[in-house]
Design a protein around this ligand. Sequence first.
Ligand code: ZN
Length: 395
Amino acid sequence: MQAEVNIGLLGHVDHGKTTLTKALTGKWTDTHSEEIKRGISIRLGYADANVYQCKKCSKFILKDKCDCGGAGELKRRVSFVDAPGHETLMTTVISASSILDGALFLIAANETCPMPQTAEHLIVLNLIGIKKVVVVQTKIDLVTKEKAQENYKQIREFLKGSVAENAPIVPVAANYNINIDRLVETIEKTITTPKRDLDKPLRMYISRSFDINKPGTVIAKLLGGVIGGSITQGSLKPGDELELRPGIPKKEGAKPIPILFTANELREEGDILKEAMPGGLVAVGTSIDPAITKSDSLVGSVIGKVGQLDEVVDTLKLKYELLKRTDIENPLLKNGEVLVVNINTATSVGVITNLSKGTATVKLKKQIVADKHSKVAISRRLGQRWRLSGWASIV
Ligand code: ZN
């Protein structure tokens, strides 16, 4: 079974995301830090959980046997999506909002609510308009009952007027597996799988690409390159003739040429799929020369059926809005300023060449696919670092 719903994990870095992911999926999402150390620009981490329902007591459980003795029936597979670090998470949640169907919003019971990062995550949640939200009040084992209740009231107050105003709040102690069953039940009721547009043209956004051949493999035994990413619409079968954009330029600085290829094999978390649909991280074994796919070189590309993809551009006209940051000044954009733009899984540096009434024209260093349905995250240099500064749509 393929994961059929993607749930983003939001919340302050220290509010227990890794522990909760472990409790829900059995996996640590901390592999991110390894990826950062190696300097790979992988931003989205995926961890799947199988959700079962007990045939005897109807409880939602994360294993195929219930504590009551009843057998569990597999209901669906859920993919939890995370990104490392505060800035990266906010940037990714905006630019990759099209792949998220809902969100868990973690808020720790042992801190005053809201902490600055928590407040910024709520701004981002509002902005991308994800309505299926479950708030997880974490670390209740670290406070008294009275303190937890007081914190719960603070959270309710904080959520007022936001997209998450009526979101359920589930207290948990993930370290001790306390109330995780209630959380799973709430996720099943609140973050339902949306209706998928399988008849729409395929869109898959690439977040990984690699060469799976061992060094020294003879040419006749070489396997094609593997690419991984998320499908937002349409579906994909082995044997499909596909196109990848932007593609590869013949020489540096030239317009990239799209790559035409065949999908050979499809997988999701290691399982072979007969057909790939929206949900989770799908890996595609391709007919592409593995030298082209190695070391994440195709991250940021988009896949579709031949002739159905959006244009590749080197200039974007953006209708933008600046974010209100809680801890830093975020002044107006300036002509000639250098920005980083993220759209889906693509990243490019660009220079503002024109500014007028809420629109900015940005000349990009690297060409990207201009998907008008997607949101664009804008980062700029504030102080010593790149900080998320605004978001935009393509006009
Ligand atoms: Zn049961």
